[in-house]
Design a binder for this molecule. Structure first.
Ligand SMILES: Nc1ncnc2c1ncn2[C@@H]1O[C@H](COP(=O)(O)OP(=O)(O)OP(=O)(O)O)[C@@H](O)[C@H]1O
Ligand SMILES: [Mg+2]
Length: 252
């Protein structure tokens, strides 16, 4: 009798965990759908007018001789390019799909992401440290494009957090006991104050003039879809560390 009761209790606990997990998944997908629709609508509505402005600026530039006027046209073109970038971010977000799982050489993937971001910020004297040796030869079951999206976003944030021309961005990896790896992106940038910390994963929260405030939202949703987790530690004025843990295999 006691044994049966214990068994029942165990089953009950398992069921509770399953219900909680499924609820979380549903909440995440609902949230995703709402913001996705909004983002897609805004992006779509903005794309055409921006295109028209761009063509008009191009035609004006062809005719313009006055250096003062050319300067104004350049600033229109620059702002149009910035606007287009924001639209791209919105579209990435709205088109977010369930992961297509496959084997990923995580060592190479992270090295490539880090080098690509470094190249993008080429003009700045920021040292990139890669401590990825522990991940060498490991294959992670995940969506390749989504992994790239996650780490490109986090490494880009790290570079952007460094305001002066000196600083270090460190990308490190380790294997956890059981079925997981941890990847940390550490910067010696501005850090995040307590108040902002409560907001950084909220859609459209940004402290940047050219930010959409969707980077971390995208990261968190993609990581959740991989059954992973993201954690932040930050010391204002000193820097931040974002740590992502993801399972190596899906079946555990
Ligand atoms: N490494 C970091 N150091 C300091 N602040 C950070 C860091 N990463 C994120 N933040 C803060 O969190 C905010 C939200 O980040 P998120 O990546 O979601 O959007 P964003 O970088 O502002 O814009 P986007 O990524 O869409 O271009 C940032 O504006 C910044 O204030
Ligand atoms: Mg960002």
């Amino acid at each position: 009798m006691k044994e049966a009761e214990q068994k029942l209790q165990k089953l009950y606990r398992e069921l509770e965990i399953k219900v909680a997990q499924r609820t979380m998944e549903l909440l995440a997908s609902k949230h995703l759908a709402d913001i996705g629709t909004l983002a897609a609508t805004v992006a779509h509505e903005l794309r055409n007018p921006l295109g028209v402005i761009n063509v008009a600026a191009y035609n004006l530039r062809k005719k313009a001789r006055d250096p003062g006027l050319i300067k104004h046209i350049s600033s229109i073109e620059k702002k149009v390019a910035e606007g287009s970038q924001i639209i791209n971010n919105l579209l990435v977000y709205s088109r977010m799909k369930m992961p297509q799982f496959g084997k990923n050489d995580i060592y190479s993937l992270l090295s490539e992401c880090a080098e690509a971001v470094k190249k993008h910020f080429g003009g700045r004297k920021i040292r990139l440290k890669k401590l990825l040796q522990p991940l060498k030869g490991m294959n992670v079951d995940a969506d390749a494009l989504q992994l790239r999206e996650i780490f490109t976003n986090l490494i880009t944030n790290a570079y952007q957090a460094i305001e002066d021309n000196r600083g270090v961005v460190e990308v490190s990896g380790s294997v956890k006991s059981g079925n997981g790896i941890a990847i940390s992106i550490k910067d010696t940038g501005t850090g995040i104050n307590k108040e902002d910390m409560a907001n950084i994963f909220k859609p459209f929260f940004t402290r940047k003039t050219k930010g959409t405030g969707l980077g971390l939202v995208i990261c968190r949703d993609l990581i959740n879809m991989h059954n992973g987790a993201i954690e932040v530690k930050s010391a204002p004025g000193k820097g931040s560390t974002f740590t992502v843990t993801i399972p190596i295999r899906r079946d555990k």
